[in-house]
Design a protein around this ligand. Sequence first.
Ligand code: PEP
Length: 250
Amino acid sequence: MRQILIAGNWKMNGSRASIRELLDGVKAGLGDVKSAEMAVCAPFPYLGDVQSQLNGSSVSWGGQDLSVEEKGAFTGETSASMLLDFSCKYVIVGHSERRTLYGEDDALVAQKYAVARKAGLKPILCVGETLEEREKNITEDVVARQIKAVIDLEGVSALADGVIAYEPVWAIGTGKTASPEQAQAVHAFIRSLVAEQDAGVAEKVQILYGGSMNPANAAELLSQSDIDGGLIGGASLKADDFLAIGKAAG
Ligand code: PEP
């Protein structure tokens, strides 16, 4: 049985005050979350606050991106060691917003995965097709290409040290969720792709679904055999919704 992971991606939202309130609410309701691991990926400036608030709780935390560089003249960048300084467990790499708005390609995302992993962080590798790609019936090709970039650089065993998040781009922040069947089909494809190279890694790797997951659709999505959790944007900004998704994992 793979552990269910419900990870919040706050994106560029919140303030010191709103995050304090949000995490107070999350901590107060954790008793209802029976089996899922809960995590939040916060904007960099708030990681110190998140660390002090979550230390000693069962909630993990992480960053939303990292640099491939170790240190030096890279204005605006944040290194793996800086994330570790705030005891981050996770870091998101290759979110579709980074790929489309900031031009991150598969090769850079694979490098970020490698740097995070080597530093001892758990990278959450985001993959997923645009609406145009889905309509052209190339969803599997796109997802395979994105995952193979990591396998080619690091070997398939690297996937055992991270998490994959399948996030159809057309479902992110749009209120349109992939149906449980659509999501399960892609998750099963991803697992079979990994299994072609290493059945043990395929069995172990957590594959999260992301894209407008909310308290109303979470239970059905999470009941699919190859869906091992969720990467949650909008609904992770409300303590009750985030907790309800964690509870829906059973
Ligand atoms: C995301 O940003 O990773 C995401 C899934 O967002 P939302 O839940 O808002 O669609």
